[in-house]
Design a protein around this ligand. Sequence first.
Ligand SMILES: [Zn+2]
Length: 243
Amino acid sequence: MSVTNYGGYGYGYGMGGMSYLLVLIGAALCLITSGLVKSTFNRYSRITAMSHMTGCEVASSILRKEGIYDVKVERIEGSLTDHFDPAAKVVRLSSAVYDSDSVAAISVAAHECGHAMQHNEDYFPLKLRSAILPAASFGSKYGLWIVIAGLFISFFRPLVFIGIVLFAFGVLFQIVTLPVEFDASHRALVTLSEMGILGDEESEGARKVLRSAAMTYVASAAASILSLIRLILISRGGRSRRD
Ligand SMILES: [Zn+2]
């Protein structure tokens, strides 16, 4: 990405090196956790659950048990693309989850139903996340560029602050995502054991699959906090050069 060249534009090698390091740490965290979730998912994809229910069957039964009748279960292309779409009211499961009766598939299907349950009962962190989504997506796309514009064009100086605030909305979104994800996994594990879909040993596997998936969200949140710190460092570097 061209933005990473920014440290070399005369803001001092110290500041540039520091901000590079933050970006590298963030990227490494995301890479490690996404590798971990893939390997954990693959490992538990090879373990068939005793109940022999497929991801699709598990999702349908959980929704029915929760009294959620207006949410459909559909198949979606790709791998680890599973999600709940609150606008369309659909739990979308990738083929590796939809058709499989593995511990991994059942865990992911139940997790997505956890999001449907949250939506069904107006779970507060989920509502908060939807409320900040517009500012967050604008901020993570353009925040950095607004800061840069503010640094280069002297009479646009307030843009530096505005850009940082907008970028911070993106960071806040990632942070609010954490309780949403942890709660969906918690609901999944409780429901799977209550309904007898997974036995005790299988539940332990499900916990590992969902915990590794949650770690990818923790890594993204950490990476976005590091990016925010980097942005603040860049803006301060710009100021000290001018002083
Ligand atoms: Zn989730």
